[in-house]
Design a protein around this ligand. Structure first.
Ligand code: SAH
Ligand code: DHB
Ligand code: MG
Length: 222
């Protein structure tokens, strides 16, 4: 299997299960035009986020790492009319792009983007917890702290999803000095040893290369 095959299979899946979608397509176009990096989740991964959120009937969702709001649109679409997404983003310019993408997707009143370093915003969210689903997708070195906050801000039955947990396989390098790899490896160790969650992770290949997503079910109260 080659990267080209992986990408073509992603296209095959996305043509059938996602299709053209004006709001999502325009969000990617506007994000690229504004110079944002193209590190949003793939369409089939975005739809997975939506389906998982729907399956657990999530009403309150927390996202850490908004970028241009591509994954945020998928999460927002999973919500019932009284649901809400709070999405945390450090870069004020990215947040502005995301707000306009979300408005175009008809989600302006269901999504709130809070600008600032997530590690500083998270302690302010206690009054809005518990969240039914938390998607961790920001700076990788801080993933262990985001995981701890996610458990704190959840309830038994909440889902915690963590993006980019494979990084082209770099995650298995125990000698790595890469801060991203160290952060992700530390997250695995914490989650594996934490009796409050039951965790798994899946490798993904496709248009976004070889990576992976962790899926954790919170099974006992923090
Ligand atoms: N979830 C998005 C992609 C997020 S990319 C999607 O799939 O569409 C990671 C984002 O995290 C970037 O926008 C980056 O600016 C943001 N980020 C990086 N460090 C951060 C921090 N300390 N606090 C909050 N956001 C941060
Ligand atoms: C990077 C970040 C992401 O969230 C992602 O999905 C892919 C790459 C990065 O920082 O390189
Ligand atoms: Mg990511």
């Amino acid at each position: 299997m080659t990267d080209t095959t992986w990408s073509k299979v992603d296209d095959f899946i996305n043509e059938r299960f996602v299709g053209d979608d004006a709001a999502l397509d325009e969000a990617l176009r506007a994000s690229a035009a504004a110079g944002l990096p193209e590190i949003n989740v793939a369409p089939n991964q975005g739809k997975l986020l939506m389906l998982l959120a729907r399956a657990i009937e999530a009403r309150k969702i927390l996202e850490i790492g908004t970028l241009g709001g591509y994954s945020t649109i998928w999460l927002g679409r999973a919500l019932p009319t009284d649901g809400m997404v709070i999405s945390l983003e450090a870069n004020a310019d990215y947040a502005e792009v995301a707000r306009s993408n979300l408005a175009r997707a008809g989600l302006a009143d269901k999504v709130e983007i809070r600008v600032g370093r997530a590690i500083e915003t998270l302690p302010t969210l206690a009054g809005e917890a518990p969240f039914d689903l938390i998607f961790i997708d920001a700076d990788k070195p801080t993933t262990p702290d985001y995981f701890q906050w996610a458990v704190k801000l959840s309830r038994p039955g909440s889902l915690i999803l963590v993006d980019n947990v494979v990084r082209e396989g770099a995650v298995i390098d125990a000698e790595s000095n890469d801060r991203n790899v160290l952060g992700i490896r530390c997250f695995y160790d914490l989650a594996a040893a934490d009796p409050r969650v039951s965790a798994t992770a899946l490798q993904t290949v496709g248009g976004k290369g070889h990576d992976g997503i962790a899926i954790l079910l919170v099974i006992s109260a923090p």
